[in-house]
Design a protein around this ligand. Structure first.
Ligand code: G6P
Length: 478
């Protein structure tokens, strides 16, 4: 395999394993935003992507897909349980989302996390060329930067953290808090979604490791008495806004949006929620507020419909199974009490949909409800904004989602405050078009300016500055 100049390391590969028409195994590009984002960058360089193929026990040799080398890392059943469902999604995920669910601290999960992170680091070290760049993604791989630095000191390393980084008071619960920070500090550039996340990280560094930080930079003492610097700062991620706008212009998708409204019984207002079925998303709080508005008689079935797409996620993790039961019980109760033969209060869909259908849903919705209790960014909010080229529609956005830092013209809510949520839903339903337009215009400007391409460029420009400095040092020494 040729060596790559830029290697992305992520828990998942950018492709899904499917069966083609003849029932043969094949690969299809995954729909995720990160994949689309990096697709552009990877096309212009000799790129490789190291990641898990998404199925336990599946071992595949590296292969080329659309001009990028894909390097599958295999995980067996036990590792799926201990590294992915366990340490990544049963320990780190709830801890980093402010302990909304109780994190479980299990030593065997940690051991597996270390082992699997090493496997990813070794695969990256193998794939990258002399003096190349490795860009590590997200919380499943926090130890990879330092492991890789030890294997390949010639390489420049970036790490981007897609989820929140918690305040020290919570982070300090982690029995392996020192090791995780040391793992991350192996990177030259450590990126976060929000300024607050970068601040929380720096504070943990000062408290646990006693290193000094100044503005964005951290001074890391080296064993030989010298020191090196790493940068930790915010690079808010975004979407490929233009590809969403293109879809929103497609007449077939616009027709589909009209059809969706008709099929819902032509209510005067359609409210929409789109989330992975995850306890961080505040789906229960949203249903509670909407259910109470029905009880209070403030909204009437037939007039207002809530469409809730909850795409299946991490079904092997107990907290997700419990959440699903709870949500489905609540939806069943509300619909049982309020549905009529031809209208429903909540159209609940526990399914994933292709991007075209999502855009049609966004276009069909008068109000988008993003009520996360904690969320790294929330790209759904940005997608909803991007497609509303006519500046209509209302975004109700949790102040606990990273997107709130940029989308200040949304109706910001505290999802824990059910009365506040009810008032804001009513305000959204009743908002005059002139106000919708004023708010939407300013949000759209923001999303279009700071799209995902810009995000990638900014992050990689900072990485390149480190690479250039490393090259200069090498030349001086040589
Ligand atoms: C979040 C994480 C991603 C993750 C995605 C889907 O957005 O930041 O790293 O890939 O959720 O979760 P999954 O566990 O299915 O990969």
């Amino acid at each position: 395999m040729p060596k790559a100049d830029l290697v992305v390391v992520a828990n998942r590969l950018p492709v899904d394993r499917i069966e083609d028409e003849r029932g043969e195994p094949a690969w299809r590009r995954s729909p995720g935003g990160l994949v689309t984002a990096l697709e552009q960058v990877m096309k212009t360089v000799d790129g490789a992507w190291v990641g898990w193929a998404g199925k336990a026990g599946l071992t595949v040799e590296p292969f080329e897909f659309d001009g990028t080398q894909l390097v599958p890392v295999s995980l067996d059943e036990e590792e799926l349980e201990s590294y992915y469902e366990g340490f990544s999604n049963g320990t780190i995920w709830p801890l980093y989302h402010d302990v909304i669910a109780t994190p479980v601290y299990k030593r065997s999960w940690w051991d597996s996390y270390v082992r699997v992170n090493r496997r990813f680091a070794e695969a990256a070290a193998e794939a990258v060329g002399e003096g190349g760049v490795v860009w590590v993604q997200d919380y499943q791989l926090q130890l990879v930067p330092q492991m890789l630095r030890e294997l390949r000191p010639d390489v420049t390393i970036g790490y981007f953290h897609h989820i929140p980084f918690p305040a020290y008071g919570l982070y300090s619960q982690l029995p392996w808090r020192r090791q995780v920070l040391e793992g991350l500090l192996g990177a030259d550039v450590i990126g976060f979604q929000r300024v607050a996340d970068a601040g929380n990280f720096q504070r943990s560094i000062r408290r646990v490791l006693k290193f000094t930080t100044k503005s964005d930079s951290i001074t890391i003492p080296q064993p030989d008495g010298t020191s090196r610097t790493a940068v930790a700062k915010a690079y808010p991620i975004s979407i490929d806004a233009h590809s969403f706008i293109e879809l929103a212009k497609d007449p077939a998708i616009r027709d589909r949006a009209r059809e969706i409204r008709e099929q819902l019984g032509s209510p005067s207002k359609v409210l929409l929620g789109v989330d992975r079925l995850d306890y961080t998303k505040g789906i229960r709080h949203r249903l509670k507020a909407f259910g109470e508005l029905l009880v209070d008689g403030k909204v009437k079935v037939g007039d207002v419909t809530l469409v809730q797409v909850a795409s299946p996620s991490r079904p092997g993790v107990e907290a997700y199974q419990d959440l699903r039961d709870e949500i489905e019980l609540t939806v069943g109760r509300i619909n049982g009490d309020y549905d009529t033969i031809n209208h429903t209060a909540i159209r609940y869909l526990h399914q994933g949909f292709p991007r075209e259908e999502m855009v049609a849903l966004y276009l069909a919705a008068d109000v988008m409800l993003v009520t996360a209790l904690r969320d790294g960014m929330n790209l759904v909010a940005k997608e909803y904004v991007a497609v509303h080229t006519d500046n209509r529609g209302v975004l109700m956005l949790s102040e606990f989602a990273g997107a709130a830092d940029e989308l200040g013209s949304a109706l910001l809510v505290n999802p824990h405050d059910i009365d506040g949520m009810k008032d804001t839903i009513m305000r959204a339903i009743e908002m005059p078009e002139s106000e919708q337009s004023r708010r939407m215009r300013s949000m759209r400007r923001r999303v279009l300016e700071n799209d995902v391409e810009r995000w990638g460029q900014k992050f990689l420009a900072d990485v390149e500055a480190f690479r250039a400095a490393r090259t200069r040092r090498g030349e001086d020494a040589g």
